[in-house]
Design a protein around this ligand. Sequence first.
Ligand SMILES: [Fe+2]
Ligand SMILES: [Fe+2]
Length: 307
Amino acid sequence: MSNDFYTIRLNTIRGNEEIPFDLYVAVGNRLVHYTRAMDAVEVDRLRGLKNHGVKKLFIRPEDESAYLKYLEVGIEALSNKSVAVEDRAARASDTLIVSAENAEKNLDTEVGYESQLRQLEQISGFIGEDRKAIKGMLQASGLSKDTNQHSATVCSLSIAVASKLEGFETKELTELAYAALLHDIGKARLKFDYNRPYEELTKDQQRQYQQHPADGVGLLAGKPFISPRILGLIAGHEEYGEGRGYPEKKNLFQMDTAYQILSLTNKFDRFCTVKNLAPFQAIDPFFEQNAAFYDENLIGTLATILT
Ligand SMILES: [Fe+2]
Ligand SMILES: [Fe+2]
């Protein structure tokens, strides 16, 4: 149906503002022209689409770069308090998912890297400044159904936890956010359904699965603009508890705070998906099962953010 079209996310479209490209909406098996370039869509009309369960819209492929520019402007406007915080949070959340979808392509060039970096700084600012931002983002994204959604949620949760703690400088925070967004990029190479419970995978599949942090580092290692710190965090994101993770079976004391945050938010979002629980409901059962494997203060901070 939409082979010739480029899929975009509804929440990234801003109401009452000119949109520099034509929009199409899916009706059954067809794409229907929705608005013309330079038209504005009223906020209520966008809400109406959302209420009908529409999550995606479509644009012509030649408009892709105009859309990416439009996203940049939208992210810069996250601090605009005249727009409801829920709408800004939904925009931030969907923009992160789009970034996770396009991560490999974005990182082809240093320009792409820098633009992604600015986006993460803006989103970090938004989460740090407004208490309601992270809740709105989690609400908008819902349960992680695929790796891109998962990466976006791990990224926003990592930013939220780190912003609550003292001692994180902007650069450290952005590197953590970047690593969180990219942490599972190595999974793209897996040729089997890795979303099944780990115990159900064959021995060979488990071995391949455990390679995904290293595969991710391998994919990114040739890019000089990606810092060793980001690569290190990706390599270590499956380490947790006292030697329970992989590949190095590290103990907690061998992992600095940023490593622990990434490990914690990664496990937590996975827990929500597997148990089919919203983050707000998952915190207590997660705490019961995992309190022994993480720093109490970190889990406590995560709980504070969610309640
Ligand atoms: Fe992972
Ligand atoms: Fe993950």
